[in-house]
Design a protein around this ligand. Sequence first.
Ligand SMILES: NC(=O)c1ccc[n+]([C@@H]2O[C@H](COP(=O)([O-])OP(=O)(O)OC[C@H]3O[C@@H](n4cnc5c(N)ncnc54)[C@H](OP(=O)(O)O)[C@@H]3O)[C@@H](O)[C@H]2O)c1
Length: 223
Amino acid sequence: MKIALLGGTGPQGRGLALRWALAGVDVVVGSRQHEKGKRIADELAERLGDAPGKITGMSNAEAVAEAEEFVVLATPFAGHQPTIESLKGGLKGKVLIDVVVPLAEDNAKKFVAPPEGSATEQAQAILGDDTPVVGAIHNVSAHVLDHVDQQINCDVLICGNSKEAKDRATPLIEKLGVKVYNAGLAVSARAIEHMTAILIRLNSSKATSFKHAGIKVWAENEG
Ligand SMILES: NC(=O)c1ccc[n+]([C@@H]2O[C@H](COP(=O)([O-])OP(=O)(O)OC[C@H]3O[C@@H](n4cnc5c(N)ncnc54)[C@H](OP(=O)(O)O)[C@@H]3O)[C@@H](O)[C@H]2O)c1
């Protein structure tokens, strides 16, 4: 399987690329600049050595063209709408996995909802029915992803209006080594994305002794 990772040169994209390549997924790191995408991909590939999945890099548009089925979007929110609009044609028929969280540019502890309600809903509004959007991996920190020698000790909530797209995306996300829960329609992204801002607040609080918190669904064992 070959996937594209747009904005894949940032910490979140780099961590995802490493994890997926280790799980045997071929990853195309996308960038606004072809050369930067290639350089970061080469660095990641060198770090992994003989991983079962191959990491290559190019421009975002080229990466979308290379993707067989899934395109993962990991830009800051400032790049969310422009990136999707500029690549809309190429995304048609593929599944967009949206990792983007709308945070205030001057304050990462602040969730700033777009008019559509969330980044996931904004993406779906731009792309229309031809390209299903699955919101996912909002609450897993780049630091955790980067520590590839350690298991990811948190869960992933996914949401989106297409059950079929969520069912197709789930095995890919599970390859990161996480449990995936279907949290409902795209509207659920308002809560899931907002949770990232709350986790960042907890991470930076003097009252806590951790830095890279995620979420875990817990239930008393009834068995
Ligand atoms: N970092 C985390 O721990 C974390 C955790 C959960 C969710 N997220 C979410 O994941 C996304 C990526 O996070 P990140 O920390 O990796 O972000 P980042 O480093 O700020 O940006 C990622 C990449 O996006 C591209 N980019 C920057 N500004 C852009 C713009 N205006 N338009 C288009 N592309 C632009 C850049 O790549 P090029 O210059 O190569 O194009 C950059 O390397 C964010 O939405 C964030 O909220 C992050």
